[in-house]
Design a protein around this ligand. Structure first.
Ligand code: AIR
Length: 218
C-alpha cells in the first residue's frame, strides 16, 4: 500500500509529465535526496559548507521552482524533492521515469548510510538522463558509485553536492552559452580569491596574516 501523501506526489509527477510544457518553463535540474536529514549536505547550511543550492542560486543564477505550473522568472531553474529508495520505492521510480518527460535535463541524487541506493537506482531508471550521485556520508561512497558495466552514474566525493551542481551546470552549458559564461566567471572569482590570499599571506607574513584573517573571524 502506498501512503496517500506519496501517491499524490506520484500522481502529480505523472500529470506534469503529460503536460508537455516548453523546455524554458520546466526545471533543468532535479535534486532528490533520501531524507530531509540530507538537506544540510545537499543544500548547505546548518554548520555545513555551501551545497548544491548555494552553487546553483548564488554562483550560477538559478532559481528554485516550487510550482511546476508556475515557473520563476529566472531562465534556469531547479526543483527539490525527498525521495527514499527504500521507504518510498514507488516515488523513486515515478520521479526517475517521468523526469525526462517533465523536461529535466540532469538529476542530482543524494543519499546517506551504507545502503545509499537512490542515486544508482535513479540513474538506472532515468537513463539516458545523466544523474550525478552525491554520497551524503563517507560510508555511502561505494554504494553510490558501484554500478555495473553499462549502467552509468557520475558521482562526486562524499558531501560534495556543491560540485554536483557545478557538474550539472557544465552538462547544461554545452547547450546554453549563458551558463558557460557563468561557470567561467565563477572559476575566475575562485582564482581571484586564491591570488589575493596568496599575496596577503606572502606580504603580511604568517603572524600578520593570522591576525588579519583569523582574528577578524572571532
Ligand atoms: N536513506 C533514506 N532512505 C533510504 C536511504 N538509504 C538514507 C538517507 C539518509 C539516511 O538514510 O539518504 O542519509 C538516514 O535517513 P533518516 O531519514 O533516518 O535521517
Amino acid at each position: 500500500m502506498t501512503a496517500d501523501s506519496v501517491q499524490s506526489l506520484i500522481d502529480q509527477l505523472h500529470e506534469e509529465a503529460a503536460l508537455d510544457l516548453p523546455d524554458a518553463e520546466t526545471p533543468e535540474v532535479g535534486i532528490v535526496m533520501g531524507s530531509d536529514s540530507d538537506l544540510p549536505t545537499m543544500a548547505g547550511g546548518k554548520g555545513k559548507r555551501p551545497g548544491a543550492h548555494a552553487a546553483l542560486v548564488e554562483e550560477l543564477g538559478f532559481a528554485e521552482q516550487t510550482d511546476y505550473r508556475d515557473p520563476p522568472e529566472a531562465r534556469f531553474t531547479f526543483e527539490t524533492f525527498v525521495v527514499s529508495a527504500h521507504r518510498t520505492p514507488e516515488l523513486m521510480t515515478a520521479y526517475a521515469e517521468t523526469a525526462e518527460a517533465r523536461g529535466l535535463d540532469v538529476l542530482i541524487a543524494g543519499a546517506g548510510g551504507k545502503s545509499a541506493d537512490l542515486p544508482n537506482m535513479t540513474a538506472s531508471i532515468a537513463y539516458p538522463l545523466p544523474v550525478i550521485g552525491v554520497p551524503v556520508q563517507e560510508k555511502s561512497v561505494d554504494s553510490v558509485i558501484g554500478m555495473p558495466q553499462g549502467a552509468p552514474i557520475t558521482a562526486v566525493d562524499a558531501g560534495k553536492s556543491f560540485n554536483a551542481a557545478l557538474t550539472a551546470a557544465q552538462i547544461l552549458a554545452r547547450e546554453h552559452g549563458q551558463l558557460r559564461e557563468r561557470l567561467v566567471a565563477y572559476h575566475q572569482d575562485l582564482q581571484e580569491d586564491v591570488g589575493e590570499v596568496s599575496r596577503d599571506l606572502h606580504e603580511l607574513g604568517t603572524p600578520g596574516f593570522k591576525a588579519a584573517y583569523w582574528d577578524s573571524e572571532t
